[in-house]
Design a protein around this ligand. Structure first.
Ligand code: IMP
Length: 427
């Protein structure tokens, strides 16, 4: 069984936990997009692992981890994760494969990200400052890009970095009046990183096809969420990769028809970090309560997340474009204690009601939500193990979302631990 797990909202839906649970039955876990802008938290026993580039399957000894071509790899952060896991006696030796076609995020990308954001003032995108946009821009631009394959040929890489840095320095000086970047220092880091990573770099497309041919179970792990998809999200307030399920095939070279099941992840409410329209946002006591109860602070940047009601228009759309078969709904426990809950089932934009999500940020920012109001629940859900034991109001809440989104909810998260997940096979 090959399975793909993607976020259906604005990221941070709890993919780390679900991927980690599903990795139990997987031989291979693949990251196919994004970079160190992602932050996946996995809790095993009393240990907490915050991973940014490494597939969440890394914490399970024996699971092969693939960082495929669609990922932008920050070598420094990746090496930090390999070493951090090694300190906890988790070795990646022989089970980590990094695509030679993946692009490298270098220091000048992070600088460019920061300088551009600062120059935008109140129009900034609110990026994670991890150099993601500039690295993907260099990939698309082709002439000034560094791929992981280049880390195997230091003479060639040295010349390439000198050329790229000379070009970047002209831009930094002209546009931002910034100090020049030192090509020698950047190359020296690459040399050290190359020594540590060279053994992991290979043709991951070939590896994946051979694994599928050999009937291995492969789990494809999305990063961010579909509403941050460069083409199908709330542009320009998106990330620079195809963060929806549609990014899987180009991101790893495996056609979607080889995937048996697409699982979409949502929280029982909505969150967003960074700028951009967020129709169901509750910038009030309700939002504050969700943030504190759900610990809604970014894994990567520590920023408080914006919180709001569940948006079934947005999730219905991302489930549709992603061909989602089943939904995993996280953080149901967080909503306990609220008198009433709201689910957005349509938008009113310029006096017209619509149930189809408009990506255009300007149009979306004019959307007024049409809500269904339902009864909340007071019970603590964190110890519940069977769907039938959930309070009736929790089951109605989930049922109403299924009716609007038209996809069954089969996994329900009732706490942060691996064990706090309810699996449901029938509705
Ligand atoms: P970038 O990906 O750093 O360029 O940031 C672009 C937008 O995507 C910003 O609004 C970020 O906050 C958001 N973003 C990027 N990665 C994540 C993530 O893993 N979770 C949630 N939001 C993210």
């Amino acid at each position: 069984m090959n399975c793909c797990v993607v976020g259906l909202q604005w990221g941070d839906e709890g993919k780390g936990k679900v991927v980690d649970i599903l990795a139990r039955d997987s031989d291979v876990v693949v990251r196919y997009g994004g970079g160190a802008n992602a932050g996946h938290t996995v809790i095993v026993g009393d240990e907490r692992f915050a991973l940014h580039i490494m597939p969440s399957g890394a914490v399970r000894a024996g699971t092969v981890c693939v960082i495929a071509n669609g990922v932008v790899v920050d070598p420094e952060i990746l090496i930090g994760e390999i070493q951090g896991l090694a300190k906890r006696n988790i070795s990646l030796e022989g089970r980590l494969f990094i695509s030679e076609n993946a692009h490298a995020v270098l220091d000048y990308h992070k600088l460019e990200d920061r300088l551009r954001e600062e120059s935008l003032g109140s129009n900034k995108l609110g990026t994670t400052a991890r150099g993601i946009g500039p690295c993907y821009a260099d990939k698309v631009g082709r002439s000034f890009a560094v791929r992981m394959a280049d880390f195997r040929d230091m003479d060639m890489l040295k010349g390439k970095i000198e050329e790229i840095v000379a070009y970047k320095n002209k831009i930094f000086a002209a546009l931002y009046d910034a100090e020049p970047v030192d090509a020698g220092a950047i190359f020296e880091k690459c040399r050290l990183h190359g020594e540590q990573l060279a053994g992991y770099i290979c043709n991951t497309t070939r590896y994946l096809h051979e694994a599928i041919q050999a009937d291995k179970n492969v789990l494809f792990e999305g990063a961010q969420g579909a509403l941050l998809d460069l083409d199908h999200g709330t542009f320009p307030f998106v990330t620079s990769s195809n963060a929806s399920a549609l990014g899987m095939s180009p991101g790893c070279g495996v056609p979607a028809r080889m995937v048996d099941k697409f699982i979409g992840l949502v929280k029982a409410y909505s969150t967003r970090v960074g700028s951009g329209p967020f129709p169901t946002e509750q910038d009030n006591e309700i939002g504050n309560t969700i943030r504190e109860k759900g610990h809604e602070y970014g894994t990567t940047t520590g920023r408080p997340r914006r919180c709001g009601w569940f948006d079934a228009v947005a999730v219905g759309y991302t489930a549709k474009i992603g061909g989602i078969d089943e939904i995993a709904m996280m953080h149901l426990d967080t909503l306990a204690g609220m008198e009433q809950l709201k689910i957005c089932r349509a938008y009113k934009i310029d006096n017209t009601e619509t149930d189809f999500f408009p990506c255009d940020a300007a149009r979306l920012s004019r959307a007024e939500c049409v809500y269904e109001t339902v009864e909340g629940w007071q019970e603590d859900l964190s110890g519940i193990e069977r769907y039938e034991d959930l309070p009736a109001s929790t089951r109605s809440y989930v049922g109403l979302i299924e009716d609007i989104v038209k996809v069954p909810v089969t996994i329900l998260g009732v706490g942060p631990k691996r064990s706090q997940a309810i699996f449901r096979t029938t509705r």
